[in-house]
Design a protein around this ligand. Structure first.
Ligand code: SAM
Length: 291
């Protein structure tokens, strides 16, 4: 396991993933019944942007750095508010020095009766997570292999939940493992909301992946993607996507407002853009697939 998220924390892909996660969590809060958030590949939960790792790539400057400096429409400001409130809470008014990972975003947005399970296999990262959530009765920190965690942790006792599956994509076959995990997940917990993250380097494997998700025949499945340049170089992260299963019915319309603006702010070269594609049997909130 060589991947360390500290090199990438706050990059454009984190922005899209974390803004979407925050929108999903906010929607869950509209009903009083408690829910559980399960983060199968959690990382360390909070990142020091002055660390050697973050400084080495500077990726956050082209991600959260740009978003915080950008002039956004009032609608997009509002859509980003839950996510950016967590980022701002961690930082002084005039600088960005720390960035929250998905565990901290979940922890800050959930309510007193909701629960969070964060799972991380890397021994050092797992230790860091343990320190972050020491003595927090609402958070359970685990160190299972994520693919085992999906089986072990579902269904959650609350029967309401959000499952974030955010692999490191270090090994070949991760897209297929995502499909297997999704099948396993919905078999155990059909009503859960799943967010599956995937990298976009070249178009071909992503098109095949989307097709495989569509072939599962799930009622509610939508792909949300953002590219920062033409996806033509397999050695670079040119974009990122999230498949959302059983997302809120309002999510597609929100993403239709959010993604074009994020694409404009985060674009790094020609060919940047966004895509929303319905992969389920139901219409995703009246929004047709768009590119
Ligand atoms: N979800 C985090 C966030 O948004 O802040 C970032 C997670 S990072 C992309 C992927 C994480 O998965 C890494 O910290 C890596 O150590 C961990 N990981 C890799 N393989 C794993 C496995 N089989 N089981 C659990 N964790 C794994």
């Amino acid at each position: 396991m060589n991947y360390r998220h500290a090199y990438h924390a706050g990059n454009f892909a984190d922005v899209v993933k974390h803004a979407t996660l925050a929108l999903v969590i906010e929607h869950m809060k509209l009903k009083p019944a408690p829910f559980r958030i399960i983060d199968t590949h959690a990382g360390i939960g909070v990142y020091d942007l002055a660390s050697i790792e973050a400084q080495k790539t500077g990726e956050w400057r082209e991600g959260i750095g740009r978003v915080l400096d950008a002039k956004l429409s009032p609608e997009v400001e509002q859509l980003l508010a839950p996510y950016l409130s967590v980022v701002r809470q961690l930082n002084p008014a005039d600088a960005v020095i720390r960035y929250p990972g998905s565990p901290l975003i979940a922890r800050e947005l959930m309510r007193a009766d909701d629960r969070l399970v964060v799972n991380e296999l890397h021994p050092e990262d797992h230790k860091a997570l343990n320190r972050l959530f020491a003595h927090d009765p609402q958070v359970k920190v685990m160190s299972l292999d994520a693919w085992t965690a999906v089986k072990a942790l579902l269904p959650p006792p609350e029967r309401r939940g959000v499952v974030l599956i955010d692999p490191a994509f270090e090994q070949p076959g991760e897209l297929d493992r995502l499909i297997t995990a999704l099948k396993e997940g919905v078999r155990r917990f059909a009503g859960g909301t799943y967010l599956l993250w995937y990298p976009i380097k070249e178009q071909r494997p992503v098109t095949a992946f989307r097709k495989k998700v569509a072939e599962l025949g799930l009622p509610k499945a939508t792909a949300y993607e953002l590219t920062i340049r033409d996806p033509e170089d397999e050695t670079r992260l040119n974009g990122a996507g999230l498949i959302v299963i059983n997302g809120p019915f309002t999510l597609a319309a929100k993403m239709k407002a959010l993604l074009p603006e994020l694409a404009r702010v985060l674009q790094q070269a020609k060919g940047g853009g966004f895509r929303i594609e319905n992969l389920g049997n139901e219409d995703p909130g009246g929004v047709k697939s768009v590119e």
